[in-house]
Design a binder for this molecule. Structure first.
Ligand code: ASP
Length: 581
């Protein structure tokens, strides 16, 4: 039997007069007390069915039972709609199907939520994800995602990168999160770790002579979840031997240009700007600057050294943002609250009214020269941060993005990319009392730090880079250490002694000692890229079957308990903390 001629969304005026069969889901059903109209939907779109009781009495009888989301099969004749009935909003809007035969293929009970309902509770949506995924927005996101992956593969293959699959059951691969572990039945008491990324394995692939590697890989990170984090991320993972940073940046730019052009019809203009981490922190207060709006942080530390205003004179760093609006007292009080939440002690400001008169509790402490440095246009506000440079960056950076949003300074139609380079190599963890790797432990220092990174770890820079799109980190990578002794020094600094190095990374150190070429690479978060590409605020809505913010899948109930026999086989006893009983 013939399944159908066309998909619902594909019917066009050139089919007028033809007899076809369509199958799909009932999007809507309208009974005009005689004629019944049904919008039949599939992935390709919607086609209007018309069931006329005189032409097709049997089919018309069937329509009485039809409800939303039933699956129907309809056979009939494609006819042109009367001019006044044309729907210009859908590609099939000039035609409709005059139904002769109608069959209910599958039924559906009353829906837990309507597909066109806004603001449905996310747990309910995830519980019935198969219904949620039928909505146009999610259909679009997943389609964009698939198109994007196809473009990525094409660009990588054309540049002669080889797709190499690496194992899911592996050893810990440190990317700064906790590992998911999997017990081994055959080796009781031992565990695999799910890779936080194929980092070590891609390095080994290069050492193995595959000089250009890529993979669309799933990475598992047991993180405490925030709004824009998930535990399973999909990543385009790239590595090459004898790397050249301009080549890597150029190829990734070419890939982004192809993705944006082919998936959303936007022409990006490479080369993307580059700035160092230090510059990004000073000018935008973040290593993920959103360049869709121009607001920039300026430095005043030098001018304010001799200030009469003690807060400025004593602060290691004084910076300011000039906002193009005369903010009210209430606005300023609200901003000060936010600044305090981000760690500031207060928020100093100068407001210039429409006449250019200054209004500020601190103005009287500032000398004329100081005021002239900060003088802004009438109808604007200068906001200050005075503290340690990190704190100033954090507070002014957060204020900048907050004001970008709330004052509508962001041009939502733009896509602005920027490379951020020369990250710090290490950061000090107060909690653990030791240095950690900012990127990962396999990242090499920039050449000028190779000799002395261990003497001044706080200042050492790494040969690492991120690609930022509209303030989102979509990619990040580095040049790697290919010398076993350099790798051992970095491990040492990170507090990983020789024995632990052997136990955890002995195989990597051995490989580095057996003809390892210089290598480097990058990884792109596919989920995050779709988010930016689709303008989708919810990371989970770029993923077909995500878990919720607590790491639970409301659809299947995972993670779930395991029967005692299975635990016995694994040699595992579960100790449930008291409060969870
Ligand atoms: N493995 C790194 C990550 O997943 C990326 C890289 O260095 O290539 O973030």
């Amino acid at each position: 039997m013939k399944w159908r001629d066309l998909r619902c969304g594909e019917v066009r005026p050139d089919q007028v007069g033809q007899r076809i069969t369509l199958a799909g889901w009932v999007d809507t059903r309208r009974d005009h007390g005689g004629l019944v109209f049904i919008d039949l939907r599939d992935r390709a779109g919607i086609c209007q069915l018309v069931v006329n009781p005189e032409r097709a009495p049997e089919a018309h009888a069937v329509t009485h039972e039809v409800r939303n989301e039933f699956v129907l099969r309809a056979t009939g004749e494609v006819v042109a709609r009367a001019p006044e009935a044309v729907n210009p909003n859908i590609p099939t809007g000039e035609v409709e199907l005059q139904v002769d035969e109608l069959e209910i293929v599958s039924r559906c009970p009353p829906l837990p939520f309507q597909l066109d309902e806004e603001n449905v509770d996310e747990t309910l949506r995830l519980r019935y994800r198969w219904l949620d995924l039928r909505r146009p927005r999610l259909q679009r996101n997943l389609k964009l995602r698939a198109q994007m992956v196809a473009v990525i593969r094409r660009v990588m293959e054309e540049a002669e990168f080889l797709d190499i699959q690496t194992p899911i059951l592996f050893k810990p691969t440190p990317e700064g999160a906790r590992d998911f572990v999997v017990p081994s039945r055959l080796h009781k008491g031992r565990f695999y770790a799910l890779p936080q990324s194929p980092q070590i394995l891609k390095q080994l692939s290069i050492i193995a002579g595959f000089d250009r590697y890529y993979q669309i890989a799933i990475c598992f990170r047991d993180e405490d979840l925030r709004a824009d984090r998930v535990q399973e991320i999909t990543q385009l993972d790239v590595e090459m031997a004898f790397p050249d940073r301009d080549f890597i940046f150029g190829l990734m730019e070419e890939m982004c240009v192809a993705i944006w052009s082919e998936c959303v019809g936007v022409e990006l203009r490479p080369p993307f700007p580059r700035m160092t981490y230090a510059e990004a922190m000073a000018r935008y207060g973040t290593d993920k600057p959103d360049l869709r709006f121009w607001l920039e942080i300026e430095d005043a530390t030098e001018f304010t050294r001799a200030s009469q205003f003690k807060v400025f004179a004593d602060a290691p760093c004084v910076r300011y943002l000039t906002v193009p609006q005369e903010l009210s007292r209430a606005d300023l009080a609200a901003l000060e609250e936010l600044a305090k939440e981000w760690g500031a002690k207060g928020l100093a400001y100068l407001v210039y009214d429409e006449e250019g008169e200054v209004r500020s509790p601190i103005a009287k402490f500032l000398a004329e020269e100081e005021l002239s440095v900060f003088r802004a246009d009438p109808g604007s506000t200068v906001l200050f941060g005075a503290d340690e440079p990190r704190m100033v960056a954090r507070v002014l950076g957060a204020l900048r993005s907050h004001l970008g949003q709330t004052l509508g300074l962001i041009d939502e139609t733009r896509f602005e990319f920027v490379w951020v380079t020369d990250f710090p190599m290490f950061d000090w963890s107060e909690e653990e009392g030791r240095w950690g790797a900012v990127h990962h432990p396999f990242t090499r220092p920039t050449p000028e730090w190779e000799e002395r990174f261990d003497r001044e770890p706080a200042h050492a820079t790494a040969f690492a880079y991120d690609l930022i799109a509209n303030g989102n980190e979509i990619g990040g990578g580095s040049f790697r250490i290919h010398e076993p002794d350099l790798q051992a020094r970095v491990f040492e600094l990170l507090g990983i002694g020789p024995e632990e190095q052997r136990a955890k990374f002995g195989f990597l150190l051995d490989a580095l000692g057996m003809g390892a070429p210089p290598h480097g690479g990058i990884a792109f978060g596919i989920d995050r890229m779709v988010m930016v590409l689709a303008g989708e605020p919810n990371l989970r809505d770029t993923i077909a079957f995500p878990k919720n913010q607590a790491g639970v899948d409301p659809m299947s109930g995972a993670p779930s308990e395991v029967p005692p026999e299975q635990l016995d086989e694994l040699g595992i006893a579960v100790v449930v903390p008291q409060e969870e009983h």
